[in-house]
Design a protein around this ligand. Structure first.
Ligand code: ATP
Ligand code: MG
Length: 394
């Protein structure tokens, strides 16, 4: 383990390693996918590169590397465990119809063990074992066997796709052992194996009828979780213990004493909110703005559980600046402007809660609520279902 690896060093080491092997660095985009993209936020490093994976020539060539900030609304319920954040960063490398998956895995293994000093005995790989349409990924299997890394074969877990139709292919995932005993069991059987790096051999396109056709080029697309790797290199156990959270962990408890699960949620959600605001999103009742609103409401719900006088207006400017600097959001709103936006949103939520309590005190809502009641509360009083449920639990 090496305390010297902070996230900046990990990014630099990763990018330089791939640049030395002919990759050009592409600037990561913001959390906002291009107009017309059906997904609300950028969910992975490959997301902004989709047209090039589908065959359009990239101006920087066939070998690319980058670091991309990501947000997955699908992970919201997992945030607070050891490995999931709302906004996180993905290191990525790509072969756009250039080298094959085996080469990518060899470099991956060498970078982890030599570049980052990971003990090879703590690695486990998973590989696609084949299904009725595509045979097993023997190239990847052989590569891992040659290096002496244990392999688990799976079917569904090692087939990457981004929806029922579109580009897809087998993948090979690299796991790191995080237990305090010697490594045992396999990634699907023991969650002390933590996935850090996925290498996708993106070669097929699935058509609407379920059949597969070859993509115009055979790509490799890899994604490595920056906070996960840094945490493990530092010998720590949760992504909330890596350096990007140091100032949060230092300052938030002095402001609001919270237990560990609450502290994780508050740090994750407020940090994510700062990044989302910095990328130009404002709270609203739909789309991206609603994701932001939900993050702030969840934060306030946790903060107000012990003390309803707590306010986001107390968020230290230093935390806003530290986060915006980390994400190089030079044009983002000043800390004071961020606080004003947060306080405005807080006022709106307080008002909604007061209205909610008043309305729910009416005799009509004392018994069990049916769908009609929920619809009325939402349409007439602007009270979302989950809010009604939590108010009635108070
Ligand atoms: P998991 O099953 O652990 O959620 P995943 O299969 O969703 O991971 P990928 O889609 O393969 O992950 O993403 C590539 C890498 O990005 C992962 O190996 C992991 O290191 C990182 N990653 C994915 N989701 C998150 C998250 N919510 N927070 C932090 N890192 C993440
Ligand atoms: Mg996931």
């Amino acid at each position: 383990m090496n305390e010297n690896f902070d996230t900046d060093t990990v990014v630099r080491t990763f990018v330089e390693y791939f640049e030395d092997r002919g990759h050009r660095r592409v600037t990561g985009s913001t959390l906002l996918p291009p107009p017309g993209d059906p997904v609300l936020f950028t969910t992975s490093g490959m997301h902004p590169l989709t047209p090039y994976l589908e065959g359009r020539p990239h101006p920087l060539g066939r070998r690319l590397v980058n670091v991309q900030r990501c947000l997955r609304t699908t992970d919201l319920d997992e945030v607070g465990d050891r490995t999931h954040l709302t906004v996180f960063e993905m290191l990525g490398s790509w072969s756009l119809g250039d080298y094959e998956g085996r080469q990518s895995l060899e470099w991956g293994y060498d970078l982890l063990t030599e570049g980052f000093g990971v003990d090879p005995g703590r690695l486990h790989a998973t590989v696609f074992g084949g299904d009725e349409q595509v045979g097993p990924d023997t190239d990847s299997l052989e590569m891992w066997q040659e290096r002496g890394v244990p392999v688990e074969l799976t079917v569904d877990d090692n087939w990457w796709s981004n929806g029922p139709a579109g580009p897809c292919g087998p993948d090979s995932e690299i796991f790191l052992w995080t237990g305090d005993t010697p490594p045992r069991s396999t990634p699907t059987q023991d969650d002390r194996w933590v996935e850090i790096w996925n290498h996708v051999m993106m070669r097929h396109r699935r058509l609407d009828d379920g059949s597969l056709v070859p993509l115009p080029q055979r790509n490799v697309d890899t994604g490595l979780g920056l906070e996960r790797l840094t945490t493990l290199l530092q010998g720590r156990t949760s992504v909330f213990d890596c350096d990007v959270f140091d100032p949060w962990r230092g300052l938030v408890p002095t402001l609001w004493p919270l237990d560990e699960p609450a502290l994780r949620l508050v740090c994750d959600h407020l940090r994510s909110a700062v990044v989302i605001l910095g990328d130009g999103v404002r709270p609203s009742h739909t789309g991206r703005g609603y994701v932001l609103r939900r993050l702030l409401r969840r934060t306030l719900t946790v903060l107000w559980r012990d003390d309803p006088s707590r306010t986001l207006g107390d968020l230290p400017a230093e935390l806003v600046r530290h986060t915006q600097d980390h994400f190089r959001q030079d044009g983002g709103p000043e800390p004071d402007a961020v606080r004003r936006l947060l306080v405005e949103e807080e006022r709106r939520f307080r008002g909604l809660l007061e209205r909610g309590r008043r309305v729910l005190a009416r005799p009509r809502f004392q018994g069990p609520l049916d769908d009609e009641d929920f619809r009325y509360l939402h349409d007439t009083h602007g009270l979302p279902r989950d809010l009604v449920v939590s108010l009635r639990d108070e």
